[in-house]
Design a protein around this ligand. Structure first.
Ligand code: 5GP
Ligand code: MN
Length: 339
């Protein structure tokens, strides 16, 4: 953001406004953390704020201040539409394309409110009046911190805002281990802890909130569903709807399973394919130079970041796995690259 934009935004936010915050389909820690972090900041500035998610999010994120007031558009479309219709400003957080918010995208596209994108995904669509976008940012939460700083309101950081932002930074960096983690990230974390973020508690709430079904699905995946292809430095899991049912799957139960495939020594490319709502949803992860954003955009109608992306397939599970495996020879050199 340049100084003129910052000045305009400061002026816009200097008087109470009706504000809507939307974030992406199947919200993760960064989506909920950035939305509620911004929510708590804007509420503190006396705005009337509504957070809308396109669908539900996992229960381990259900503790941040304001989360009870989130409107799930899939469950309560009329309340969501009403909030968007009244909005004078809409913040679009942690997504780069209106496709990522499903039917809510039509409401946002049709609204005359001032729109602002705050995001760190590659290749953002140009649908907003303001954009705070950086691919170098480890998370959207890092950018919310920057935004509050740009607004000259760092002194307004408090425990509630800090808890939300810490959560998103922690989850999007894989607990501060991905290459996106920088010195700046750690300086922000230090500031958040100083402002009251309950760092140790947040780790417990997020990672020690496993359901029995989640652990059983993980055990089943590791034991029976892992395919390792050393020739392509690739490993993947493929899980059918019937298998999810067998373990009484609940939302969030398969989150992070893909990382186990990537944790195998020598593996640089991992995928997790799961049959849900009649389609195959895929998570891609990589280490080093293999670009899963490109791979997913080219073959599985998705995208995201260079080392973490999502995608989908409308083929059967069997055909999706076959398509995935048939693509690997084409990438053999890249997958076997030194870096
Ligand atoms: P996940 O595998 O956890 O669903 O997603 C990994 C990353 O890719 C996240 O940052 C997520 O927001 C992004 N992502 C997931 N699915 C899609 C998609 O269909 N399109 C785009 N552009 N990004 C996605
Ligand atoms: Mn993110």
């Amino acid at each position: 953001m340049n100084p003129t934009e910052i000045k305009k935004l400061k002026a816009l936010l200097s008087k109470p406004k009706n504000i809507v915050i939307v974030t992406h389909w199947s919200p993760d820690g960064d989506a909920i953390g950035s939305s509620l972090g911004l929510y708590n900041y804007l509420v503190k500035k006396a705005h009337k704020v509504t957070v809308i998610t396109p669908n539900d999010y996992p229960s381990f994120l259900g503790w941040m201040k304001g989360n009870k007031k989130i409107i799930d558009f899939q469950k309560n479309e009329s309340a969501g539409k009403k909030a968007v219709a009244k909005a004078e400003m809409i913040f679009c957080l942690d997504f780069n394309s209106l496709k990522r918010i499903d039917k809510l995208g039509e409401e946002v596209a049709g609204s005359s409110a001032v729109k602002m994108i705050i995001d760190h995904h590659l290749q953002p669509e140009d649908f907003a009046d303001y954009m705070l976008h950086s691919v170098a940012a480890c998370s959207t939460c890092e950018l919310i911190y920057d935004f509050i700083h740009h607004m000259g309101d760092k002194k307004m950081l408090d425990k509630d805002i800090a808890n939300c932002l810490y959560t998103g930074i922690m989850t999007d960096t894989g607990s501060f281990r991905f290459p996106s983690t920088t010195a700046k990230t750690h300086l922000i974390l230090a500031d958040l802890i100083r402002a009251g973020a309950e760092n140790s508690e947040i780790h417990n709430r997020t990672y020690d909130d496993n359901t029995e079904s989640r652990l059983k699905i993980l055990g089943f995946c590791l034991n029976e569903k892992l395919t390792v292809l050393p020739e392509y430095k690739t490993a993947f899991f493929a899980l059918t709807a019937e298998e999810l049912d067998r373990f009484q799957y609940k939302k969030g139960d398969t989150e992070g399973v893909v990382n186990y495939a990537l944790s195998i020594a020598g593996i640089r490319f991992a995928a997790f394919m799961v049959e849900r709502d009649g389609i195959i949803k895929i998570s891609f992860r990589s280490k080093g130079s293999f670009d899963v954003n490109k791979f997913s955009r080219s073959h599985f109608s998705g995208g995201g970041h260079a080392n973490a992306a999502g995608g989908m397939s409308e083929l059967s599970m069997k055909k999706t796995v076959a398509k995935f495996m048939a693509l690997l020879p084409e990438y053999k050199i890249q997958l076997n690259a030194k870096k």
